[in-house]
Design a binder for this molecule. Structure first.
Ligand SMILES: [Zn+2]
Length: 79
């Protein structure tokens, strides 16, 4: 038996949160946790920056395959 881990739950919600596909209740839950937890806040800001970077890179030019692979490898940098 593992205890309920709010950070693991938060991590599960991270991508849907960034995709803005959570329900209001789920989003409120995620935001409450991000408010309290510096670890998840760091993760969240990283993911947010990564997404902005990818979006800009895509706009500027077609991304080389190696870079896409590299970025995919950065998905969980704090583990
Ligand atoms: Zn957390």
């Amino acid at each position: 038996m593992t205890a309920y881990d709010p950070c693991a739950h938060c991590e599960e919600m991270m991508q849907p949160y960034l995709d803005r596909v959570l329900t209001d209740a789920e989003r409120a839950e995620a935001e409450t946790h991000l408010d309290e937890c510096s670890y998840c806040r760091k993760r969240y800001h990283f993911e947010e920056r990564l997404r902005q970077f990818v979006r800009q890179a895509v706009q500027q030019e077609a991304m080389p395959v190696e870079l896409k692979t590299k970025l995919a490898g950065l998905r969980t940098p704090l583990q």
